[in-house]
Design a protein around this ligand. Structure first.
Ligand code: GTP
Ligand code: MG
Length: 431
């Protein structure tokens, strides 16, 4: 029994008693009690506005932009992408939408160039990186000393609309690979895109095939919660309709006397908002009317929590010590700090030893080089001395030869003079 009911009973008993005693009764002026608490939350949320972040993953031209336009009944003026990008990228757009007095800050992240490459192995990586980057930014904000969650733009992805090609056969390996890599990070709602291109019978078979492939590959998609009595029936039925077969169009087509949003074909009109034609209305209901808050909650309590936990564990934080006793953040921080200081000291020692060793090695190398130079110098000196001695010897020999030569010259001069004298004497005698 709530407090307000108790008060009402008390007021009723009090006034009945007064009436019996014929005393003047006072009636309450306004409503009181804490059953009006939710109204405060509503007013606050309306004032703040609502935030919703959608990730659209699907091949180029599969109908992502058209579906988002159809969902929000607006033209978000998104340009078509090229099929020739060398790798997958993400396009992030934010919009401020207004309906009555409710403001919705919508972020739409779409893949660009998805499925266009020959090698599609790494196509999921930019998507994973983007989701993680948003978690990381939220974690950094949480770890700040001065946190400002009031102004903080929470860009964590609340839902991933995965657009499946309406092949009618099975999921592509790219679909399985991507969903496998993101299913623990985001709420995936699989959609069969352009469902008007596939017959009703084939569509049912295709849905069953997709679900069985998802289960056999262990891919976890978003399950509409069935634990709340108010939404159990709706959500159980919604879970049975997954993957939703959707058709997008913002064109108005005339059906009878009414104008409806749909796609006109020579053989008839496909009405986007007709539940017999496709599951668009179901998707819109779960996204905007019944499950937006649950999607946000799941993002925070499951996906972000998983990221935060693994990140903190990687950084060495834990809730219990080796002896299974709870440890405080302070203790872990102190232990980490000590570890870090020890590590620094060890590294400093190692560096010092390395430096000394290098110095010794260099010294040894210099000494060896010096000795080599000295030996070379000595050798050259010896060679030079030998050369000098050799030259000295040659000079001495030459000088001797010159002396001998002059001696011989002088002797031959004397001989010549004697010869001339003798010849003259002979001539004189003959005369
Ligand atoms: N038959 C059919 N055609 C659709 C549907 N939704 C979109 N289209 C058409 O498909 C073409 C591409 O649609 P977009 O919404 O631009 O596709 P997209 O995935 O945003 O394309 P990119 O941003 O270029 O990757 C357009 O000509 C749309 O009219 C649908 O449900 N059924
Ligand atoms: Mg587009």
């Amino acid at each position: 029994m709530t407090f307000s009911i108790l008060i009402n009973i008390f007021v009723f008993v009090f006034f009945s008693k007064q009436k019996e005693d014929n005393i003047r009764c006072l009636t309450t002026l306004g409503h009181f009690g804490f059953d009006c608490l939710p109204q405060q939350l509503v007013n606050k949320s309306v004032q703040q506005g609502f935030f919703f972040n959608i990730l659209c993953v699907g091949e180029t031209g599969i109908g992502k932009s058209t579906l988002i336009d159809t969902l929000f009944n607006t033209n978000l003026k998104d340009k078509k992408s090229s099929h020739f990008y060398p790798n997958v990228r993400l396009k992030i757009q934010t919009y401020e939408l207004q309906e009555s007095n409710i403001q919705l800050n919508l972020t739409v992240v779409k893949t660009v160039g998805y499925g266009d490459q020959i090698n599609k192995e790494g196509s999921y990586q930019p998507i994973v990186d983007y989701i993680d980057a948003q978690f990381e930014s939220y974690l950094q904000e949480e770890l700040k000393i001065k946190r400002s969650f009031v102004d903080y733009h929470d860009s964590r992805i609340h839902v991933c609309l995965y657009f499946i090609s309406p092949t009618g056969h099975s999921l592509k390996s790219l679909d399985l690979l991507t969903m496998k890599n993101i299913d623990s990070k985001v709420n995936i709602i699989p959609l069969i895109a352009k469902a008007d291109t596939i017959s009703k019978n084939d569509l049912q078979k295709f849905k069953c095939k997709i679900m069985s492939e998802l289960i056999s590959n262990g891919i976890q998609i978003y399950q509409f919660p069935t634990d709340d009595e108010a939404t159990t029936d709706v959500n159980t039925s919604m879970n049975g309709h997954l993957p939703f077969a959707v058709v997008g169009s913002t064109d108005e087509v005339k059906v009878g006397k009414r104008m409806v949003r749909g796609r006109q074909y020579p053989w008839g009109v496909l009405q986007v908002e007709n539940e017999n034609h496709c599951n668009f209305v179901k998707l819109r209901d779960v996204l905007l009317c019944t499950n937006m808050e649950d999607l946000k909650e799941q993002t925070h309590t499951w996906h972000y929590e998983r990221y935060r936990c693994s990140k903190l564990q990687k950084m060495g934080f834990t809730d219990v010590g080796p002896d299974n006793q709870p440890v405080s953040f302070q203790e872990i921080y102190e232990a980490k700090r000590q570890d870090f200081l020890d590590q620094c000291q060890r590294e400093e020692e190692q560096l010092k030893q390395k430096f000394m060793q290098r110095v010794k090695e260099k010294e040894r190398a210099f000494k060896e080089a010096e000795k080599e130079l000295q030996d070379k110098f000595e050798h050259l000196k010896r060679v030079q001395q030998e050369e000098t001695m050799k030259l000295e010897e040659e000079r001495r020999q030459l000088e001797e030869e010159i002396i001998d030569f002059y001696k011989m010259k002088a002797a031959s001069g004397t001989l010549q003079t004697q010869e001339c004298t003798n010849i003259r004497k002979d001539k004189d005698r003959k005369k």
